[in-house]
Design a protein around this ligand. Structure first.
Ligand SMILES: Cc1ncc(COP(=O)(O)O)c(C=O)c1O
Length: 366
């Protein structure tokens, strides 16, 4: 029986054998007292890599973003962010429930970029008592909705400048920051040079079982630490979970950053294999720049067709998942090899036929 090829997300990655050993052997302390040496080492490494003063280990990407919002935004504040961003769509409206903030959402272009002038125009009038208080600008890098395009450092800096001119900070949701780093051939500190804070996930392409890291200035990290405590995210002997992070963030082939290039190459091969197939629509393989492949099946990508396709694919031992806007998502990651991509391409071919995605429809489209 061939093994399951799980392309639903890079969140399904399993820790490497070395990570498991490091978890078992990690030197521990009480991190709420600030004396877990493994957590301290991870936070120091994260700060060094991102060029920021300090860092904070948190249980998840969602909590990472939330503590940043809490540290930056007062009640009644407003956040300017991309309309499809994870924080708005998939974090249970925590900006409203916990922070007491509203969102001013802007569309992104195909590269995942909000127009800097539109950001500037979205600032509220601080002298008008009717208005919420513009308090933060947010970017997502990589930008999931644009098929995880990497946002380059110069764009991030332009947005930071607009935010700073308006008197507010810039936060970067860098859940997949290191995918952007590798795709652009740059460094995290270059991308974040003018950002005030960022969060990045250890648990996705970097293959750790749990955790994210927030980075920023020392006073900011202190406020984020208090916010983490308020949310119940202060954990005790949590070096057990930080230990794989230290492996993930190593330079070179013994870490997990450099190998993201393999995931990107696999995503490109998958996109190229799928793009020419009758029944696959709205997929430009050139846009597979990191580890996401988004596409539609059938003419309209309607629910019945998507469901039938995903079921037929599952019968082939391949998992993909629904994505907003009638799309399907396949994400490459640690544990997915080049041979799995070929098996996926063949499996998709059969699943399209099994799901009755009519080739005649596609002929009309062409
Ligand atoms: C862009 C982005 N930000 C934040 C998160 C939240 O991460 P977590 O699932 O660890 O809470 C995700 C999760 O997929 C994400 O894709």
């Amino acid at each position: 029986m061939p093994s399951l090829i799980d392309l639903r997300s890079d969140t399904v990655t399993q820790p490497s054998p070395e990570m498991r050993r490091a978890m078992a052997e990690a030197e521990l302390g009480d991190d709420v007292f600030g004396d877990d040496p493994t957590v301290i080492a991870l936070e120091e490494r994260a700060a060094e890599l991102t060029g920021k003063e300090a860092a904070l280990f948190v249980p998840s990407g969602t909590m990472g973003n939330l503590v940043c919002l809490m540290a930056h935004v007062p009640r009644g504040g407003e956040i300017i962010a991309g309309e499809g961003s994870h924080t708005i769509q998939h974090e249970a409206a925590n900006h409203a429930v916990v922070v007491g903030a509203s969102m001013r959402t802007l569309p992104g272009d195909v590269e995942g970029r909000m127009d800097p002038d539109a950001i500037r125009d979205s600032f509220r009038d601080p002298t008008d008592a009717h208005d919420p208080i513009t308090s933060l600008v947010m970017l997502e890098n990589t930008h999931s909705d644009s098929m995880a395009q990497p946002l380059p450092a110069d764009y991030v800096s332009v947005v930071a400048q607009v935010a700073h001119e308006g008197g507010v900070p810039l936060h970067v949701d860098g859940a997949r920051l290191f995918n952007a780093v590798v795709a652009l051939g740059t460094t995290a500190s270059a991308i974040l040079a003018d950002a005030d804070s960022a969060s990045f996930c250890l648990s996705k392409g970097l293959a750790c079982p749990v955790g994210s890291v927030v980075v920023g200035s020392r006073p900011f990290i202190w406020r984020a630490r208090r916010a983490r405590k308020l949310l119940g995210g202060g954990m005790r002997q949590v070096g057990v979970l930080a230990a794989p992070g230290l492996i993930a963030l190593r330079d070179g082939p013994s870490g997990m950053i450099e190998r993201l290039a393999d995931d990107h190459a696999n995503a490109r091969t998958l996109a190229e294999g799928l793009a020419g197939m009758p029944g696959i629509n709205d997929l430009d393989p050139e846009r597979a720049r990191t580890n996401f492949v988004l596409f539609r099946v059938g003419l309209e990508g309607d629910l019945a067709v998507r469901t039938a396709f995903l079921e037929a694919l599952k019968a082939e031992g391949i998992l993909m998942i629904d994505y907003p806007d009638r799309q399907l998502q396949a994400v490459t990651h640690y544990g997915i090899e080049a041979a799995d991509i070929q098996r996926t391409i063949d499996g998709v071919h059969r699943a399209l036929r099994a799901a009755g995605v009519a080739p005649a429809q596609t002929a009309v489209l062409a």
